[in-house]
Design a binder for this molecule. Structure first.
Ligand code: FAD
Length: 283
């Protein structure tokens, strides 16, 4: 299929992009790698009057590292993380996540910010950034603001972004040397969107322990009950695996993340959570 007609503008600066987007009265979209927006245009699921191409904006391609973490510009692509061009302050978690997204051609063009803004519920970056306690710098007509990654996606394909707002950068906190993580993505074949994806980050020196879960039908969630068990665990055991599976089931049910009558989905999500926790606690 072909997209409905639209105007196209290349923004040379963040201010220009915000001006173009807000001037279009909510009928414009930023264009990043086009890996999700392209198909949506072609299927006419999205019919914006104007596309504002962010790719010429140099500041959105910047990456800066300091002792507390790394700030990744919105236009940085998945493959830059996969290839180690972005300093990995997460002990390999970011690289693991990046390399499991789609296939190389998609990773060469798709951006982390575009993935988060698109808010596919089964997207890879949302649970990773949520478990890490990352945040997003957002710029809009009213100025800048910071949004925690766990507050960014509110529903499938829906974020807290207001019309005219652009994700400027993603801030990833540095894990301490004692931190351990687990990442389990279940998909039908390598590179597919996840049927279930759990990410566990346990960083005792920073008193940080989070477990995030993503799947195809509900916005990603944090499983606080599982995080408490992981934080307090002293090694791995079958008994702990059972407790984590139960806690995952309770968290999934409480959030309405899956239909509790769907035993397959409940079991898949709980099992994927257990596997991610086991990886984090067995390293
Ligand atoms: C075949 C295929 C398989 C895929 N498999 C996976 C997978 O397994 N896991 C996964 O996570 N993803 C997958 N993807 C999606 C891929 O990760 C995309 O890169 C990503 O979803 C969108 O990034 P993009 O840079 O291409 O954004 P675009 O497609 O250009 O934009 C996506 C949306 O985000 C908005 N947007 C883009 N940038 C910004 C910004 N800076 N601020 C505000 N809004 C913005 C756009 O307006 C649009 O609404 C797949 C894509 C394809 C084509």
């Amino acid at each position: 299929m072909k997209p409905a007609p639209f105007d196209y503008a290349r923004a040379e600066s963040l201010d220009e992009a915000v001006g173009l987007l807000s001037g279009a009265g909510g009928d414009a979209r930023p264009l990043a790698g086009g890996q999700s927006l392209g198909p949506m245009l072609n299927l006419r699921i999205a019919r914006p009057a104007l596309l504002v191409d962010l790719s010429p904006i140099a500041e959105l391609r910047e990456v800066s590292e300091d002792e507390d973490g790394v700030t990744i510009g919105a236009s940085v692509v998945h493959s830059a993380v996969e290839d180690g061009e972005v300093p990995d302050v997460t002990g390999g978690l970011m690289r693991r996540a990046a390399s499991g997204i789609a296939y190389r051609a998609v990773r060469n063009r798709g951006t982390i910010a575009g993935s988060l803004a698109h808010a596919d519920p089964a997207g890879d970056w949302a649970p990773v950034t949520m478990a890490l306690g990352a945040s997003l710098g957002v710029m809009g007509p009213e100025g800048g603001r910071t949004v925690a990654a766990d507050a960014f996606i509110v529903d499938p394909l829906t974020t807290v972004l207001e019309p005219g707002e652009i994700v400027e950068a993603i801030r990833i906190p540095r894990l301490s040397d004692s931190a351990r993580w687990g990442h389990c993505k279940l998909c039908v074949k390598p590179g597919d969107f996840a049927e279930s994806l759990a990410v566990v980050v346990r960083d005792p020196d920073r008193a940080h322990c989070r477990v995030a879960l993503a799947g195809p039908t509900h916005a990603p969630i944090l499983l606080d009950g599982v995080a408490t068990l992981v934080a307090e665990a002293d090694g791995w055991s079958d008994a702990l695996a059972g407790e984590i599976k139960d806690a995952a089931g309770s968290g999934i049910a409480a959030a309405g993340f899956a239909d509790t009558g769907d035993r397959y989905a409940m079991n898949v999500h709980a099992t994927v959570t257990v596997r991610a926790a086991r990886e984090a606690l067995s390293r």
